[in-house]
Structure formats: C-alpha cells, structure tokens
Design a protein around this ligand. Structure first.
Ligand SMILES: [Zn+2]
Length: 309
C-alpha cells in the first residue's frame, strides 16, 4: 500500500466525466475521461465508482476525492437543485457516493473549482482575495480568501450570473429585459456570457451568430459586430464594478470561452472604473493559468483542503 497522498479531482459535465489524479504537490499523475451517463442514476454512480477504483489501483491506495459539477446543492438536504446531468437532480450525490466508496467526498460547483485552482498556484496565487469569473455559455464564479473558497450560507456565493443588469444600463443601450432559465428576468448572464454576445447581436441585427463568429466579424471591421461587442463589454464592466463594490477582490481571473478574448483584458479595467466613485482602483483582470484543467485541479484542491482541514 502506497503511503503517498493522492487527490482525485472529478470534473463532471453534461457530456463527459473527467477524473485527474494529482499528488500532494498538485502534480498531475494520470487522468481518465468517459462519456457521462446523464439519465440513469445507477449507471452514473457505477461510472464514478469504477473510475475511482481504476485510480486506486494506479496509485496503490485510496485517494481523497473532490468533485466539481455544475448547479448547486441544497445546504440542508445536500440534494442538487439544478444540474446538466438530469439523473442527479434532487439526489444527494455526496451521500450516495460516500456509501459506495467508504471515504469522505468534497463537492463544489464548477465555477468554485475554477476559482480555487487559480487561487492556488494559478494566476491569482499571490492575491490575498480573488474572484474567478467564468464567462462561457453561462456566467458564474467563486470567491477565495487566503486561497480558500468562501461559499456562504447557501453555497451560492459567486453565482453572479443571476444578478440583474441595472435598469440604467438596459435603458442606455436599449436592451430588452431577457428571460433567464433560472426563472428570473434580466439576469446579467443573458447579456455578459458568450451566449449573451449572441443575444445582444441578435437583438440589434436579427442575425443568429455565435460569439466566435461575431468576434471574427468585428475584427474584420464589421460595424454592427463591433457595436455588439462594445455593448457586451459595457454590460460586463458594470457587472464587475458591482462585484468590486460587494467583494473588493485583489484580482479577478477570467475563465470559460470568453477568457480567450484578448480585448477584455485591456478594455474592462477603464470601463469598470467609470462605475466606481473616485478613489478605488479596479482589480487587475487576469488570464487563467490552467484553462480547461481547472475543473479537475480545483476539485482535487477541494479534496486536499478538506482533508487537511
Ligand atoms: Zn438567471
């Protein structure tokens, strides 16, 4: 039996389950990837348990498990309130897996795992407090103080995608109040995420294009595409300014597909400043260091921190 400690980080998405095994220094040992059984809870559990057993066999011992998955869990019942894996809805995944695997399991959402990864050895490793903000199909984040997550009473701290865009911003850019799948209206996710760029462009032009196409058009000098991106960055900047007034992080690290949009790193800071009163400086907006690996890496750090206490 190996005495070395190992940490297994699970990144569970709607199409694939990824497990990466890390050593105590967070060096990647090995990773596995399988399609996600999304409909059947039994098959889903079997798949996770089988991956854990493969990893155990590889390291010659029992690793500590951390899981990152989209959606949130009810803080009282532990049941998932929303997930892109329908089989997990209203299930207490942690309790089910602890029974099967006979060891503690740390669970966080994908955005929180991203933040944790970038706070520990990542782009914000030196920042006393940081916010990791994912701008992908959706928008969400996680807040770390002293390299540890602060999750709040409901575990939703950082779920900023469902803060409404200020009415003054909607009016200024003549944007409609869009419905959000969360049940609320006017959530910033509908405007400031990657799919938000599409929604803004569709509103102004009637064209259904994705963010990559719109960015491409803008770089080729297309005036309408440029305007859509101008409105997008303005809405995003106002959202981040609100975040700064609430949490005042020392750094913000961007993740998700829009983190590859170079313009954001130069355009956001001065725009954020226009929404702050004189005195405070906007935090640096940083590129992620770990990119797609942040999901498993952050989940492994979750396991490491909960194991060490
Ligand atoms: Zn919403």
């Amino acid at each position: 039996m190996s005495k070395a400690r190992h940490y297994y980080g699970f990144d569970i998405g709607g199409t694939k389950i990824e497990l990466a095994c890390y050593d105590d220094e967070l060096r990647l040992v090995r990773q596995w990837r399988i399609p996600t059984p999304t409909r059947d809870l039994g098959q889903f559990q079997d798949a996770v348990v089988s991956l854990v057993h493969q990893a155990d066999a590889h390291v010659g011992g029992q690793g500590h498990i951390g899981i990152g998955l989209p959606g949130i869990a009810d803080p009282v019942t532990g049941c998932h309130l929303s997930a892109n894996v329908p089989a997990l809805t209203n299930q207490n995944l942690s309790a089910l897996l602890i029974e099967r695997l006979q060891r503690p399991i740390a669970i966080g959402n994908d955005c929180q795992c991203f933040a944790l990864s970038e706070a520990n050895g990542g782009a914000a490793a030196e920042a006393p407090t940081m916010f990791g903000l994912i701008l992908g199909t959706g928008m969400g984040g996680g807040y770390c103080v002293g390299q540890r997550l602060i999750r709040g009473s409901n575990g939703i701290l950082g779920d900023v995608g469902h803060v409404p865009v200020p009415a003054v911003t909607l009016e200024r850019y003549r944007l409609p109040v869009l419905d959000c799948p969360c049940g609320l209206r006017g959530c910033i996710e509908r405007y400031a995420s990657g799919s938000g760029i599409s929604a803004i462009h569709a509103h102004f032009t009637g064209q259904q294009l994705d963010a990559v196409q719109i960015v491409g058009l803008a770089r080729d000098g297309d005036t309408a595409a440029r305007y859509s991106l101008d409105v997008h960055v303005a809405v995003l900047a106002h959202g981040i300014a609100t975040l700064v007034l609430h949490l005042d992080p020392h750094a913000i690290v961007l993740g998700g597909g829009l983190s590859k949009l170079d313009e954001l790193y130069t355009r956001l800071p001065p725009l954020i400043a226009t929404h702050l009163f004189a005195g405070p400086r906007p935090p640096p907006i940083l590129r992620p260091l770990f990119g797609d690996a942040s999901g498993t890496r952050g989940a492994a750090i979750l396991a490491q921190q909960s194991h060490r206490g």
